[in-house]
Design a binder for this molecule. Sequence first.
Ligand code: PLP
Length: 381
Amino acid sequence: MKPIYLDHQATTPVDPRVLEAMLPYFRDDFGNASSSTHVFGFRAEAAVEDARERIAAHLGAMPEEVAFTSGATESNNIAIQGVLGATPEPSNVVTVETEHPSVLEACAAQGVRGGRVVRLSVDAEGLISADQVANAIDESTRLVSVSAANSEIGTLQPLDEIARVCCEKGVVLHCDGAQAVGKVPLRVDETPLDLLSISAHKIYGPKGVGALYIRNRRPKIRLRSLFAGGGQEQGIRPGTLAVPLIVGLARALDLCIEEQQLETKRLLELRGLLHERLTAAFSDVITNGTLEARLPGNLNLSFPNTNGERLLLALPGLAVSSGSACSSSSGEPSHVLLAIGRDKKLARASLRFGLGRGTTREDVLRAAEQVVTAVREQRQG
Ligand SMILES: Cc1ncc(COP(=O)(O)O)c(C=O)c1O
């Protein structure tokens, strides 16, 4: 029987409509978007600029404010290291302890230069408050970096209020939108972010492409470029543009935005069903993160007196991740689950379910049944 894929926060399959849009740019229109002497180059450039316009429109930005990158890891590094490196003297940065490693480590690099890195702690649901941000900002703070949605427990941070604080204090606000953009409403003309990272493979687009929104007006955000090269993307991310992937990113975002309302409703119902089945089977299940301000397709549960890694071995037909999967090479429990107050044992007894576009009611019922059996067997064994 086909395995059930419930790991859509790790990555998503490319939607066939996205693949269809990309194919001509691998075959016939394969030109270099910087080739300005022939029609192959003109067509590639036109496709990139059309993608840029559509992505900008979805984000509430101007096309010249969108730079293409290889994904959210690169966007986060360009944004954070670019802002913090734009001045010769080190400055302070405020972030959150549950951020993705690409954010935490890019901020840590500023610590090496002598700046102060403040990692805000989260509450039991994974949330920070705008007051915490306000209190952490001092006269040397140049940047605040907060993700819109957490990849493990799906928590949506109160970005509007955080943006208001950053505007008042004149501090640059970067947002890692990798898990949120396309799945929940997020536009820079409604939430005044200065920098926003996005990634295609989280939204049914191809791996290896993303974008960074960089505010161009009131105020213009200045970045130190991390790369030497041919000057593409205003020198911020030089290198030959990945035309088919960029076309795929734009099509993927078009579809997510078009279908967002219906898909949210569908995913909330399916997630509710999964939650109901598992909590009905085990009264001691702990839900990690809030069920209110949360990505619609995400559910993260701890099953006391089990081990998530061993549960995964007992669930070969189910693709989910465990509370230590994020740092599985080190075997360490998830820093996010520890941050919301789970101890190491409980963090290791957790499973993350990521429901997505292909997930059906049948998948959810089968997955719940398999998890119930695996948890029972492990507890008895
Ligand atoms: C919140 C968040 N930020 C950044 C990334 C990195 O994205 P990419 O794989 O596009 O580099 C991920 C992916 O795991 C993520 O979930």
